[in-house]
Design a protein around this ligand. Structure first.
Ligand code: ZN
Ligand code: ZN
Length: 769
């Protein structure tokens, strides 16, 4: 008889790994132990060589469904004699080397428990098991044990304890286990200091009744507070918009189940699978012509043809949704532009400005997260729009060959998310919002500190964007001093290209790849504002080969919320058409802006986002936006209403490395003068962009094309590209990350790795500061 040690890394904690090993060992009559460590799961056992190998192979080949194994070893060690097989206390000595288990939506077994009136968990709002419940959001240190979570103070009742210790129970060693006898205390407030109930059943029935009456209720979820109200009640939604100062930005909906959702939206197979998945994201779905549940579409998503919806991912939300039996608005509870509120004290302090009631409970949230958002195009291409709860913070498999390096990439300023490479493991934070407000900056810093503390990482290299004014880049500089780390700047759009290469495992591709990087803004190598860029990747190097022809950047960053300013900038270069947009300004404005363009701005932009904004203005779709991306979203929705699937396109020639957009703008204006329907013009614009990509591909002679940048959140554009080019070109879209700036952190590491694996050309040389 020998003694063996097995070490397994990956997502192996909080997913029922120890109970699974314990059961298997017991079935095979093996003696030894299993335990959690900071670097994974450790097992020791007595067995002969053949049995040990059968046991080992069994674990590796059939792990629990939510586990991901990244690395595993078996070694023969000095003999020790074990009696029985046990789960031993966790070992905290090693350095952390583990993937972090994300939060998981309530599983079907737990739904059965809370809806079966003979079950002891009937109606219990915090039911969890090994297969579901919060993990990352409640973990304050490693390894994952109850004492290292925000449930540390709670003691299990004898029955829960029995389940916990029963190796055949699905709550064996479930760290989040509780029931109504040892319940997580729950509270309903009607004002900051007036708690009206602590009674779980009573609270849920009051919440349902008040929702029916049109009240707005703030309910604590997994990653923060949500604001709920009846999505069929006009007054309730109008009140919510007024109180939240949110005139038009669409709200997401929470449906009690798929059957109810099917009454309002088109549910493809992929959409249903995504909605029911343990990550439980918001999925943008195409609205049916008539809403059978009577949701107030015009108030929920004004002028759009899609709504975001999700299914209840916590038992509490499930019980409320089931009781109400109608779709609810479920939107992150925050105060105008600030991050999601996740602390009870702050919720009670601030949320009564918006909500009539606040529902809290005594399981703290350590890591705030918004709901993740995804969509599928009509051609079933998946696009991640926001990567957060359920998806963050692991990135697996790690696409980098950099080993034994600790690299922190600070990401971009808007749609911020940082990336952290810790030896073999790669983490990408949840979406951390736009770093313009102090609260967002605080939240970024807190999340970053939490992750580096949790993993005990001290970065040796810090990567930042080239933009001199970014908060995240300033923060990166501070940290570089603190950690005595190397600080390196990476250009924004090269980072985008690096990200889509890494996301498709193309980082050291032998083939040349064309990168079409179209977004709103990024600071260029020539100090201009880039955003309509084409790069060629060849042998670990990137080169900018074509870009959208420059036009003046007016009003700095404010240009992005004012499509008419983008139009003005475009038309300032086609002065004979300037008067076409004069009516979008009053006289004082027109005089002011006419002077502004005469002054000849030194700052130029090649932004594709601004070109689309300008077109939306010329078409008089929107002149001033109330949220980021509104104009292009409306342009897309408008184009989708065009039933005449014409293949016409505008002229977008490539001359001297520039995509000349001037001719297209003239032709659009002519089409408007000729009374061509605006939806046909909008569709023709997207056709033109797809056609332009084909021209770029021909121009460069490269047939492998990768896409990144916020413009590629546009489902119609993606489908038009697929329709025109699939089969003839190899197309690469983002896989695990969003094409928007959330991918910049990953891309910064990609560019860093490329710079290390090439003799640097001047274009690729990274500037160390
Ligand atoms: Zn469960
Ligand atoms: Zn209990």
């Amino acid at each position: 008889m020998n003694t063996y040690h097995i070490h397994i890394k990956g997502i192996v904690q909080g997913v029922g790994f120890r109970p699974f090993v314990c059961r298997l060992a017991t079935e095979m009559n093996l003696n030894g132990f299993v335990c959690n460590g900071n670097n994974g799961v450790h097992i020791e056992l007595n067995a002969d060589e053949i049995t040990a190998n059968i046991f080992y192979t069994n674990i590796i080949n059939n792990p629990p469904s939510n586990a991901i194994i990244t690395d595993h070893h078996i070694n023969k060690i000095t003999h020790k004699e074990y009696i029985g097989f046990i789960i031993q206390q966790s070992d905290k000595h090693a350095d952390p080397d583990i993937l972090l288990t994300p939060d998981m939506a309530i599983c079907n077994d737990c739904i059965k428990d809370i809806t079966d009136n003979t079950n002891r968990r009937y109606g219990y709002a915090f039911t969890t098991c090994l297969n579901c419940g919060p993990r990352y959001s409640i973990t304050h240190s490693l390894p994952y044990d109850r004492c290292n979570t925000t449930m540390q103070h709670m003691i299990m009742c004898p029955e829960c304890g029995q389940e916990y210790n029963d190796i055949y129970n699905r709550r064996h060693y479930s760290q989040t286990n509780s029931c109504s006898n040892c319940a997580i205390p729950i509270h309903l407030y009607s004002s900051q200091d007036k708690c009206i109930s602590h009674q779980p059943d009573e609270i849920i029935s009051i919440v349902i009744d008040e929702l029916k009456k049109g009240k707005i209720i703030a309910v604590k979820g997994i990653g923060g507070y949500l604001l709920l109200c009846d999505a069929t009640n006009t007054t309730a939604i109008e009140t919510l918009r007024q109180r939240k100062h949110r005139p038009a930005k669409p709200f997401a909906l929470l449906y009690p189940n798929l059957e109810t959702a099917a009454k309002d939206v088109v549910l493809s197979k992929n959409v249903m699978a995504a909605l029911s998945h343990k990550t439980a994201p918001i999925v943008l779905c195409k609205l049916k012509e008539v809403s059978k549940t009577n949701i107030q579409v015009n108030l929920i998503a004004p002028h759009l043809d899609k709504i975001g919806l999700m299914l209840p991912y916590t038992p509490l939300l499930y019980l409320i949704a089931k009781g109400l039996a109608k779709p609810m608005i479920a939107t992150s509870a925050n105060i105008s532009g600030s991050p999601i509120i996740y602390k009870d004290e702050k919720a009670l302090n601030l949320l009564f400005d918006v909500a009539d009631y606040v529902l809290t409970f005594d399981r703290d949230i350590v890591t705030p997260q918004d709901d993740s958002v995804i969509l599928f195009t009509e051609k079933e291409q998946k696009i991640i729009l926001r990567r957060s709860r359920g998806l963050a913070p692991n990135y697996f498999p790690n696409p980098f060959s950099l080993r034994n390096k600790k690299v922190l990439a600070m990401g971009g300023e808007l749609k911020s998310a940082f990336a952290l490479l810790d030896n073999k493991n790669l983490y990408i934070s949840q979406f951390l919002g736009d770093q313009e407000s102090f609260e967002s900056q605080q939240s970024f810093t807190t999340t970053l500190n939490h992750l580096t503390d949790l993993l005990k990482v001290k970065p040796e290299t810090i990567l930042v964007d080239k933009h001199p004014g970014y908060f995240v880049s300033q923060k990166g500089k501070e940290l570089a001093t603190l950690y005595e780390a190397k600080l390196i700047q990476i250009q924004h759009h090269k980072a985008h290209f690096g990200a889509v290469l890494a996301d498709n495992n193309l980082l050291h591709s032998k083939e040349k790849v064309l990168g079409i990087i179209w977004d709103g803004t990024g600071y260029g190598d020539d100090q201009q504002i880039w955003g309509g860029e084409c790069f060629v990747y060849d042998n670990n190097q990137m080169q900018r080969v074509i870009h959208l022809d420059y036009f003046p950047q007016l009003l700095g960053d404010k240009m992005s919320l004012k499509p008419r300013i983008a139009a003005l900038s475009l038309l300032s270069l086609i002065p004979q058409h300037l008067d076409f947009i004069k009516s979008y300004f009053n006289e004082t404005e027109w005089r002011y802006y006419s002077k502004l363009i005469e002054q000849k701005s030194n700052l130029q932009t090649s932004s594709m986002g601004r070109l689309l904004d300008g077109i939306a203005s010329i078409l008089n779709i929107r002149q001033v936006c109330s949220y980021e991306g509104e104009a292009p979203m409306l342009l897309e929705a408008l184009a989708r209403t065009c039933t005449d699937k014409q293949q016409e396109h505008y002229t977008l020639p490539i001359i001297n490395g520039c995509i000349k957009w001037q001719e297209m703008i003239k032709e659009i204006i002519q089409d408007i003068i000729d009374n061509k329907p605006s939806n046909a013009i909008a569709l023709k614009v997207f056709n033109s962009l797809a056609h332009s990509i084909e021209l770029i591909s021909e121009h460069t002679g490269i047939n492998h094309i990768a896409f990144s940048g916020g413009v590629f959140q546009n489902a119609l554009l993606i489908d038009t590209i697929i329709e025109n080019l699939e089969g003839r070109k190899q197309l690469y879209f983002h896989q695990q990350l969003s094409p928007n700036d959330e991918c910049i952190g990953l891309g910064q590491i990609a560019c860093y790795e490329l710079s290390l694996s090439t003799s640097l050309s001047s274009d690729n040389k990274l500037e160390e500061l």
